[in-house]
Design a protein around this ligand. Structure first.
Ligand code: ADP
Ligand code: MG
Length: 698
């Protein structure tokens, strides 16, 4: 039977109301959803092995005829436990298979039928022969014994993420039915000429092969999601993504921004207060920024600079340049803790200049007076909640976004809808491939701070495992004796039953006992802003020898006399975060150390920590992080507010992304409202949904 892809999934063979509910949990509501629900990996079950040649503890596929079958009750005292036992033979030997409490199998495996079994090979109890426990199985009908009908065995088999109550086999049967019945009915909305020119396979063929791959396909490519058929589906998605971006951009170009006219009143005062001279890399970037700000077009600039390269002061100068031109400026951080940190850094500095700085984060409901206050604050620091919620700005001229990737094209569109078209400056320690940046942020310019301030001595990093943690106490002692300060960073604030992680409170107690003559301070995210500020100031003044803290110190903390950092449960942190944390030491001219203390680290974690030990280069660390963690976490579209991608991967498919971008922009150029490709236009609307009134005005 053939189905329309838009039909509810319940129309597919074998899907009743109950299964339909289970499928809905997987996000599968229509037949089309099923077609785009791709396997997360594949197994090669195509090569059947001879029974005589089976190897114990290895996975194998065996094809044979049913010799005997029956139910046994192995334990007379447990009458409830019934085992279905099957014996198959392939001419070379006999293989036993057992399933627990699945008596219905008796009806399926009648003697003489041909079956395929897939599972781990074990020795039988008495040791003579082979057996499989709960293997995947398939019965071959006489007519499809030629293998064209095989779904679960005898081929490269798809493995899907499933949900409780729906077995892999049931789900695979449903997917098979869906692909067979409906793949052909799905219209290919991408212009055929384009697909041909790029040498990509057809849509229907691609859907068939990503679910039930042809035998000639490379298992490795399939598992990496880069088979030609995966690439075709990924291309469709990226094309749609880029068409949307092209449409947004079209609405943007005509808009005018602000021509700032900074007079140097505040920026000059800041420069005078700085205890250092700016590096030439910083000066160059500041020059770029000021030129953008003076120009009438809205600035959209990304500043990349490794941890410790001095991005904060660059951001400050931009903020002050906006304020001295008579505008408000906002500084946005990805988390509340980071926003607070920035606030602490900023307001100390800026209060002396007589400015009004306000902190707005999402945790507390904004009080009425704060919302109003935001209208006349000079600088507003906060999380991205500050643009989304009902915060009013009188004259917002500049937004600086620090250390993150979660502010993108769409957020900018949101601001514009509020009638604001501020200049934007994005600061990041993570290098981002250009096309990816264009996708996440729209059009932007780049500046790089490619130089660290002078006089830094490199940080020496070591990985220490739990057994040797006793060796750390003398290190702390030595450092304190020299009058230097120490950070000890914990992953959590307090003990919890859910995890067995070491926590800051317990650590603080322990260190106070161990070092009764030293001052041991405590800092964590649940303390009030004023308390945190107090502790930080005290630490900075040298009143605290050992600061026990959580990752609140990740950014914005700057104490050059701190020369030792110990990170507890280092295996729990991402590389980028470790690099950020480590950047808190090595800020003065004294030699600094960073100790990564791990508790039962996995092989992967050990590899990660090894990267930290071997390099201080943020760019290399970011690359390794990408390679190890995969791109999803770092640059998911979810973070940017763009529609979710089901097939494509912005990092893995970087080249395809570029092609898609080029093609999308030229399509949009030739046919601005996609009049000639109504199918594609519908795909575009479906994909982007209500996020933007895309082509309405076109
Ligand atoms: P990041 O780029 O990681 O945000 P920060 O802005 O926090 O780095 O700066 C790191 C440290 O370097 C801070 O202590 C800051 O005061 C200091 N710093 C910034 N610029 C210079 C400079 N030109 N010379 C010396 N120290 C600098
Ligand atoms: Mg910073």
């Amino acid at each position: 039977m053939n189905h329309d892809a838009a039909s509810p999934i319940g129309l597919i063979r074998g899907v009743g109301p109950q299964r339909a509910r289970l499928l809905e949990r997987l996000g599968i509501v229509t037949v089309k959803d099923a077609l785009y629900y791709l396997p997360f990996r594949y197994e090669d079950r195509s090569a059947p092995a001879k029974i005589v040649a089976l190897a114990v503890d290895e996975v194998a596929v065996v094809t044979g005829k049913v010799v005997a079958a029956g139910i046994v009750t192995p334990n007379p005292r447990r009458r409830g436990l019934k085992i279905f036992e099957l014996t198959v033979g392939d001419g070379s030997g006999l293989l036993r298979a057992k399933w627990f409490n699945q008596q219905f199998l008796r009806k399926l495996f009648t003697p003489g039928r041909t079956v395929v079994l897939y599972g781990v090979v074990k020795r039988t109890y008495r040791g003579a022969g082979f057996e499989m426990l709960n293997p995947d199985y398939e019965l071959l009908d006489e007519e499809d014994a030629d293998d064209s009908g095989q779904v679960h065995t005898g081929r490269i088999v798809p493995i899907y993420r499933s949900t409780e109550g729906l077995s892999q086999k049931q789900l695979r049967n449903i997917m098979h039915a869906a692909v067979q019945d409906a793949a052909a009915s799905l219209p290919d909305t991408v212009p055929a000429g384009l697909i041909r020119r790029l040498g990509l396979p057809g849509l229907q063929e691609s859907l068939l092969n990503v679910h039930f791959p042809a035998p000639s396909l490379s298992l490795v490519d399939l598992n990496r999601g880069v088979s030609p058929y995966h690439q075709r589906l990924a291309f469709d998605e990226l094309l749609t993504l880029q068409l949307g971006l092209a449409a947004i951009k079209k609405g943007e170009v005509r808009e005018k921004g602000i021509s700032f006219s900074p007079d140097g009143r505040l920026t000059g005062a800041l420069r005078e207060r700085l205890p250092f001279t700016l590096t030439s890399a910083q000066e160059k970037v500041i020059k770029d920024i000021l030129a953008d700000m003076r120009a009438p077009a809205p600035m959209s600039r990304l500043v990349q600079g490794d941890v410790g390269s001095g991005k904060t002061v660059v951001a400050l100068i931009a903020l002050l340049a906006a304020v001295e031109s008579g505008y408000q400026a906002a500084l946005m951080a990805p988390t509340e803790i980071l926003a607070e940190q920035h606030y602490l850094t900023l307001h100390r500095l800026v209060e002396e200049l007589g400015l009004n700085v306000l902190l707005l984060t999402g945790s507390k409901k904004y009080r009425e007076d704060e919302c109003i206050a935001s209208a006349d604050a000079d600088i507003i620091v906060g999380t991205h909640a500050l643009i989304q919620e009902g915060v009013s700005f009188e004259k917002l001229g500049l937004i600086v976004i620090d250390e993150q990737h979660r502010f993108g094209v769409l957020q900018r569109a949101t601001l514009k809808r509020k009638g604001l078209n501020p200049d934007t400056l994005i600061m990041t320690a993570t290098p981002i491939p250009r096309t990816l940046a264009l996708t996440l942020y729209g059009d932007l310019d780049y500046s790089i701070i490619d130089e660290l301030p002078p006089g830094r001595s490199p940080i020496i990093t070591r990985h220490v495992t739990e057994e040797r943690k006793g060796s750390l106490y003398p290190l702390i002692e030595d450092e304190a004796r020299e009058g230097r300060q120490v950070y000890v960073v914990y992953p959590v604030i307090e003990e919890s039953e859910k995890t067995s992680l070491k926590d800051a409170l317990t650590g603080w107690e322990a260190l106070r006992m161990k070092f009764p003559r030293l001052n041991v301070g405590l800092l964590h995210g649940r303390m009030k802003t004023a308390e945190k500020e107090e502790v930080m100031r005290f630490f900075k003044e040298g009143g605290i020898d050992i600061l026990v803290s959580t990752t609140v110190i990740e950014v914005g903390v700057d104490v050059p006399n701190a020369t030792l950092m110990i990170i507890i449960h280092a295996e729990r942190f991402g590389l980028a975060q470790l690099h950020q944390l480590r950047g808190r030491v090595g800020r003065g001219s004294c030699r600094s150390h960073c100790i990564l203390l791990s508790y039962s680290a996995t092989e992967d974690a050990r590899k990660r920590l090894e990267v930290m030990v071997t390099t201080n280069d943020g760019f290399r660390i970011a690359e390794e992080d990408l390679a190890i963690r995969g791109p999803g976490e770092m640059f998911g579209t979810r973070q940017s507010g763009l529609p979710d991608l089901r097939v494509a991967d912005l990092i893995r498919d970087a080249r395809l992304l570029e092609t898609a971008r080029r093609e999308a922009f030229s399509l949009m150029e030739e046919d601005p409202s996609l009049r000639n490709s109504p199918g594609l236009r519908k795909t575009l609307d479906d994909f982007w949904g209500k996020r933007i009134g895309l082509l309405e005005t076109a």
